[in-house]
Design a protein around this ligand. Structure first.
Ligand code: PMP
Length: 296
């Protein structure tokens, strides 16, 4: 699914076949979850391939690497150039790009200095699909921000996301919603969360969440559309009473939510601000304009 015999990836300055790469079983990343990564989307637009907010994603990769004391010997500009080349070499347009910085052999608990930079890409549908989601409040909390850098995209952080997703799926839901250490709503396993009440949007403030690049795009689009967005702490109980809700993320884009803990939101998805924002987002990534709530 992610590669075939002819797929090329970028690895440490070379273009190599994905099927021919080998990684040491003693990689520190494999044992301890210390690696940093990004999830980026490219869109085939009228002006050719466009990697959405490439600069912001690679700046976050650099931030994540620096927090974990991982060597990342490429500039943002170089990483962007490599990414466009990767798409061309593999004949990809609408694609998902996965840069990963993983580490060499080291069984100690101090960051290994040998790092490897991999960028691969593949075609990937919307992560949470297109149907409105039934979501459960997870019994797992997001990590305490004093236990890690929550704003860094570190491989090991995702064991928390996997536990929450497994629990939600096992319980018959589509997705999980995780609380922070104080019992306030934080985010999904791989996406930020917004809800709508009386024509105002609410989302968790920074501090206990990954500050999503899509979340930031939603702030920008909301401003353009004249929608008010308030960042504040809130509990699931407050969300039960909402008119609508949605997740935002590079892989998920803007994904509508139908219910939280079997409490159904008041408005049909098509009548919510989230729906308008989902259309606006679709247009923005395609670099089109958004006028009068219509796709143009
Ligand atoms: N929160 C978490 C935990 C995530 O993994 C992601 C996906 N990167 C997001 C939020 C959304 O971030 P972005 O919009 O930058 O993809």
């Amino acid at each position: 699914m992610y590669y075939n015999e002819s797929t090329l990836v970028f690895l440490d300055g070379n273009w190599v076949k994905a099927s021919e790469i080998s990684v040491s079983l003693y990689s520190q990343t494999l044992h301890y979850g210390i690696g940093v990564f990004e999830g980026i989307r490219s869109y085939k637009t009228e002006d050719g391939n466009k990697i959405f907010k490439a600069k912001e994603h690679f700046e976050r990769l650099q931030y994540s690497a620096s927090k974990m004391e991982i060597d990342l010997p490429y500039s943002v500009e170089e990483l962007i150039e490599i990414s466009y080349e990767l798409l061309d070499k593999n004949g990809l347009g609408d694609a998902y790009l996965r840069p990963l910085v993983y580490l060499g052999e080291n069984m100690s608990l101090q960051t290994e200095s040998e790092s490897h930079v991999l960028i691969g890409a593949w075609e990937w549908g919307r992560y949470l699909g297109d149907k409105q989601l039934d979501v459960m409040t997870s019994s797992f909390q997001r990590p305490n921000p004093k236990s890690c850098f929550v704003e860094a995209k570190v491989t090991g952080h995702y064991t928390n996301s996997i536990l929450a997703t497994n629990e939600a799926k096992r319980s018959g839901y589509d997705e999980a919603l995780l609380l922070d250490l104080n019992g306030h709503v934080a985010e999904g396993p791989g996406a930020n969360f917004f809800f709508e009440k009386d024509n105002v949007l609410y989302t968790a403030p920074k501090g206990n969440i990954l500050q999503g690049i899509t979340r930031q795009t939603i702030f920008e689009l909301a401003e353009e559309l004249g929608f008010e967005v308030i960042e504040k702490y809130f509990t699931p109980t407050e969300v039960y009473d909402a008119d609508g809700a949605f997740f935002t993320g590079t892989a998920a884009e803007v994904a509508g939510i139908r219910s939280l803990d079997c409490k159904f939101f008041k408005k049909p998805w098509e009548h919510t601000m989230g729906y308008e924002l989902a259309s606006a987002y679709k247009n923005r990534v395609q670099k089109k304009e958004y006028k009068n709530f219509e796709l143009v």
